[in-house]
Design a protein around this ligand. Structure first.
Ligand code: NAG
Ligand code: NAG
Ligand code: NAG
Ligand code: NAG
Ligand code: NAG
Ligand code: NAG
Ligand code: NAG
Ligand code: NAG
Ligand code: NAG
Ligand code: NAG
Length: 840
């Protein structure tokens, strides 16, 4: 049993490995498609497939089978994937689509059949596509719309049959079934003429809201009446005509058309630009249109041109790439609301002529590389609300009171991307809501308060305008301002000062790229509503929580590309709870463990932080360029422990050294005590007694002890500090080695001086303990006169009652002196060994 298991385990293992491997192999060989969303989206481009791969799950909604040689779609071709909503069959060599090929695809919204050489379409080819909204049959060799069996696709919104061989605009009857059709493109086909009856199905009020694109057909002729009573959303006729004479004739053929937007222009020969000739657009007088887009014409030499003659009832005119250098005759009673000229050839703003468009509400003259001058003023344009002169090369002085004082309703002024604009005083545009000066050089802004009268201004963009904010009144008057964009400028002392004090309604402030070094404490104090602050690309070193504290409504804060090292704990606490977007990338972040709380915070707030992959550490050196969020916090915890250990070790060391310093003697003494027993055995008593005394009693010691004892009979040998200690050896060591260890007895000369001296007390204590340890008759206490007896009792404690100690009192009288000497000698003689007897 055991044996069998032992054999079967590896076999089993190998088998399952093999199975795993094989199954992987099978998946990759049989399901070669890219799975973009599991069970939903599969991309099977260019895989030499000849059908829907069996591994595509039936729940698939989006399937890309493009560039596979499917050849022909037989019925029920897609029955394996009935949930499809999007199907791409671009360049699948499909020649035949049989009846019911798309059966079951009731949910299909988009079918792309681009670039298939269709030859045969079954009459029921597109049956059951009950939801189809978009059919793309571009480049399918279709020669007639009638060939497309799509009359039952009631839901179709968009039909694109561009780049085919359709030669007639005759819309088949079935179009009346396509009631939702909004977009029909026949771009780049072979339609050369349009005749009465072609668009019959579109006739009448029921007429579709249809965008009809006929661009890039070589149209030579439009029969008058073809568009009679036709309503369209948009008609695009770009690059349809050979030359202006053909164009003029064809425009006349549009008579009767009602269209919201007409796009006209360019010529068959791409790149060819024709001169505008008078009367070219005469035909438009018979067309009702709201918006006219006119593209690419060269010269308008004749100042009496008729460009606008038939456009008086048009509300919007866009001129693109029209080399118009002057506006000539403007018809009276023009109803033009909106006029745009993009890449026109004006060299000066034709303000006077344009002032004849009395209804003008929106005027845009943009991207004109010749437009440099603004000298004329707009005369009485009571309705003008939007003036956009951006992206020209305008430079003008004294903006803008002179030019604009007769446009009382002006709300939006865009002078961005021009050359130089100088302002001499406050702008008198009291209705202005938005003002854009970005990337134009502004003179005098920042020094004088030019916005004083713009109390309704909500949006101001002065980014990259060379503005240097000197004055705190720069933004005075902007009581309603919500958006202030001023990236790429500079501030006095590179400090964000108090210029924003009055902007209490501000929601968005962009001061990125302003060379800022610091932010004043009061900068944001009145910006309690601010939601967006972009202060990136500056040189800020810190995030001072008290400066940012007032920003309690902030949702987006971009602090990237500064020199911030950390957010302090206080700063983190002061971040408003509304914040959802915080960018700290490209700073000089410090990932050392000292800032553990910041690192922790960053890890826990990944959803708040943006561009986290660019939040890299700048220090410490070994973590340089590592991603901050990948930082391993546990490494810090470990080292925090280490740090704690280091610190406490250091403290303990210091304390230890201090103690050693303070209790050096005691320690040393303790050490000697411990080794005392050993030394005791080796001892040879050099002295009879070691004298402990105060240095102030030295005279007494010399006279009464040294002279009487050392010179008496028998002579006693005393050990005295001043005489017998080895020089250069620490005092404590001397006391112990020379004093106690080498002496049989200790004489303590107790006087008031003795008791005052700490040193004597210490020596005496050692003597007492020594005696205690060695158990020897030891101390001879000599109490000199006049000693405070109470103090003495306290100091000497029990010593004088110990049996082995001798207690002598010294009295300076002849009899007492004699008795004293005798007693002292007796005490010293006690325990004196005969030579060879040994200790104890
Ligand atoms: C995909 O479909 C299969 C079979 O219907 C199912 O088992 C699986 O859970 C689905 N996977 C996902 C991610 O929905
Ligand atoms: C595509 O598949 C067919 C068979 O289905 C095969 O004959 C042909 O060689 C394949 N072509 C390529 C390029 O792999
Ligand atoms: C396009 O269709 C025509 C017949 O309508 C056929 O003669 C021609 O070969 C087809 N072209 C392609 C590229 O299949
Ligand atoms: C229009 O739709 C109706 C109802 O679906 C259908 O019977 C008719 O055949 C369709 N017309 C064309 C031309 O397909
Ligand atoms: C008409 O069609 C255009 C797109 O072609 C669409 O934007 C517009 O909303 C439609 N209008 C109506 C009334 O359906
Ligand atoms: C314009 O083109 C048409 C058709 O190609 C041609 O007949 C006519 O001569 C051309 N007219 C001019 C003025 O070039
Ligand atoms: C301008 O047009 C008028 C009439 O339309 C004509 O008399 C005059 O000669 C034209 N001038 C030029 C320079 O073409
Ligand atoms: C403009 O509309 C008015 C009435 O709405 C009409 O009388 C006039 O003919 C129209 N002009 C043009 C050029 O369509
Ligand atoms: C002003 O014009 C510029 C350039 O066309 C454009 O990017 C900007 O959005 C415009 N400003 C406003 C406020 O619309
Ligand atoms: C902040 O300004 C910088 C440069 O001026 C820009 O790249 C960035 O996208 C802005 N940030 C936000 C959040 O808009």
């Amino acid at each position: 049993m055991f044996g069998r298991e032992a054999v079967s385990f590896p076999t089993c293992f190998v088998q399952s490995l093999a199975t795993l491997f094989l199954s992987q192999l099978m998946v990759s060989s049989f399901n070669p498609c890219v799975e973009e969303i599991t069970n939903i989206t599969y991309r099977c481009m260019e895989l030499n497939l000849s059908g829907v791969p069996a591994e595509i799950p039936p729940s698939t909604q989006n399937l890309d089978l493009s560039f596979n040689p499917l050849e022909s779609l037989t019925s029920n071709y897609f029955s394996a994937v009935p949930a499809l909503r999007f199907l791409d069959l671009t360049r699948c060599h499909i020649q035949t689509i049989e009846d019911y090929a798309f059966k079951d695809l009731h949910n299909l919204l988009t079918l792309i059949l681009t670039a298939n050489p269709l030859r045969h379409l079954g009459p029921k080819a597109f049956y059951s596509l009950g939801s189809l909204q978009k059919l793309v049959a571009v480049e399918d060799n279709i020669s007639s719309l009638a060939d497309l069996p799509i009359g039952h696709l009631h839901t179709l919104k968009e039909l694109n049959v561009a780049k085919n061989n359709v030669d007639s605009l005759k819309l088949p009857k079935y179009f009346s079934n396509l009631t939702f059709l909004q977009f029909l493109s026949l771009k780049s086909n072979m339609i050369s003429s349009i005749s009465i009856g072609d668009l019959d199905v579109l006739q009448g009020e029921k007429g579709l809201n249809l965008t009809l694109v006929l661009s890039m057909n070589d149209i030579k002729y439009i029969q008058l009446g073809s568009f009679e009573e036709i309503h369209l959303h948009e008609l695009s006729l770009r690059a349809c005509f050979e030359n202006t004479s053909v164009m003029k004739a064809c425009i006349q053929g549009l008579a009767g058309l009602q269209v919201k937007k007409l796009v006209l222009g360019e010529f068959r020969n791409i790149g060819r630009v024709e001169d505008f000739s008078n009367g070219l657009l005469d035909g438009l007088c018979q067309v009702q249109l709201q918006e006219f887009v006119f593209i690419c014409f060269h010269r308008f030499d004749n100042c009496t041109d008729t460009l606008f003659d038939c456009l008086v009832n048009t509300s919007t005119i866009r001129l693109v790439d029209i080399y118009l250098n002057q506006v000539s005759a403007v018809p009276a009673d023009s109803r033009i609301h909106q006029l745009e000229c993009r890449t026109c050839k004006f060299s000066e703003v034709p303000a006077l002529k344009l002032s004849f468009f009395k209804e003008l509400r929106v005027l845009r003259i943009t991207k004109s590389k010749y437009l440099t001058g603004f000298r004329q003023k707009f005369m009485d344009l009571p309705n003008l609300e939007v003036l956009d002169l951006s992206e020209n090369l305008l430079s003008f002085i004294q903006c803008c009171s002179f030019y604009l004082d007769e446009t009382p309703k002006l709300k939006h002024l865009n002078l961005s991307f021009n050359s130089v604009i100088s302002m001499s005083g406050a702008l008198p545009l009291s209705e202005l809501v938005s003002l854009d000066f970005q990337h134009s050089k502004l003179h005098s802004l920042g020094i004088i308060p030019v916005f004083l009268f713009l109390g309704k201004l909500i949006y101001l963009d002065i980014s990259y305008t060379n503005t240097h904010v000197e004055s705190q009144c720069t933004f005075s008057g902007l009581a309603s301002l919500q958006v202030l964009k001023m990236a790429g400028n500079s501030f006095k002392d590179n400090t964000l000062g108090d210029s924003f004090m009055k902007l209490t309604q501000l929601l968005t402030l962009d001061v990125s790229n302003c060379k800022l070094i610091q932010v004043s404490l009061s900068t944001f104090s009145s910006l309690g509503k601010l939601q967006n602050l972009n202060i990136s690309h500056n040189k800020l070193l810190t995030f001072d929580h008290s400066a940012y504290k007032p920003l309690q409504a902030l949702t987006v804060l971009d602090f990237s590309s500064n020199q911030l090292t950390i957010l302090t704990e206080k700063a983190l606490e002061s971040l408003p709870s509304s914040l959802v977007h915080l960018d700290l990338s490209y700073n000089l972040l410090d990932c050392s463990c000292n800032h553990l709380s910041f690192l922790k915070w960053a890890k826990e707030h990944g959803e708040l932080l943006r561009s986290t992959e660019l939040m890299v550490c700048n220090s410490p050196e070994h973590l340089k360029n590592a991603n901050m969020l990948n930082f391993d916090l546990s490494s810090c915890q470990l080292s925090a422990v280490l740090v704690a250990v280091y610190v406490s070790t250091a403290i303990a060391g210091v304390v230890f050294l201090f103690l050693i310093y303070k209790y050096y003697f005691n320690l040393y003494y303790g050490l000697v005590l411990l080794s005392g027993c050993r030394r005791y055995a080796e001892r040879d008593d050099t002295y009879d007694a070691f004298v402990i005394h105060s240095s102030k009693d030295i005279e007494w010691v010399r006279k009464e002890l040294v002279e009487t004892l050392e010179r008496g009979v028998p002579p006693f040998h005393l050990c005295l500090h001043y005489r017998d200690f080895t020089p250069g050896v620490p005092v404590a060591s001397n006391i112990i080695h020379e004093g106690f260890l080498s002496s049989r007895k200790v004489i303590a000369v107790i006087s008031n001086h003795f008791m005052e001296s700490k040193w004597c007390s210490f020596e005496f204590e050692i003597a007492q303990s020594w005696q205690f340890v060695e158990g020897r008759a030891g101390i001879i206490l000599i109490v000199l006169e006049d000693v405070d007896k109470a103090l003495l009792r306290r100091k000497l404690g029990l010593s004088r009652y110990l049996k082995r100690n001798t207690y002598l009192e010294w009295k300076d009288r002849e009899i007492s002196r004699h008795l004293f000497r005798r007693q002292l000698r007796t005490a010293l003689l006690d325990g004196k060994t005969e030579p060879g007897r040994g200790g104890n």
